[in-house]
Design a protein around this ligand. Sequence first.
Ligand code: PRP
Ligand code: URA
Length: 212
Amino acid sequence: MRVFVADHPLITHKLTVLRNAQTPQPTFRLLIEELMTLLAYEATREVRVEPHEIETPVAPTTGVRLSHPLPLIVPILRAGLGMLEGMVKLVPTAEVGFLGMVRDEETLEPTTYAERLPDDLSGRQCFVLDPMLATGGSLAAAIKFLFDRGADDVTAICVLGTPEGVEVLEKAAEGRKVTLVLGALDEGLNEHAYIVPGLGDAGDRLYGTIDH
Ligand code: PRP
Ligand code: URA
């Protein structure tokens, strides 16, 4: 598995505001979207393209366009939904599938409660969006789900990750083509399996607290 951790002062600056407990919800949402667009630039570096002939006003030339099957973007509900607009801004013709997952806060086991994806993902490049890679359980389950459907190339994009989560994803990748792009690699997990220093509960900060 290849791992990229963003190293850019603008990303670190936006992350600093995002982490701040005083940052209001509308700003938090905007920043998640903006950070996604910045991370998408790195995450799509190897998006598959094919030659495409065009005529400029001056001369014919060969450029590129996205190859078929088109890339599939998969936000993990809820919190991954906050990243979707930031990703489709950069890849507007990509298709979008959805996975709903929730982590049991006692056992830390993820459960999949919703799924709307093509049945056959053969030959698809998939881009999974989830702001938080904590224990890695949710993202590992999402990646397994996509490989079981036939995907052969998965890129996971997270705003924050932990060394523990990266290790769990390494095992889940099992030699398959997985790339992980992180806004930052944090210190680790606290006793409640929250990322430290982290930003708190991403879903709650985006969409408000729900009864668990
Ligand atoms: C959060 C987050 C990840 C998961 C990370 O979602 O968005 O999906 O926890 O934790 P893990 O790496 O330990 O599995 P949550 O389950 O809170 O659901 P939500 O997005 O609906 O708030
Ligand atoms: N889920 C979150 O939203 N935040 C964490 O720190 C860990 C899991």
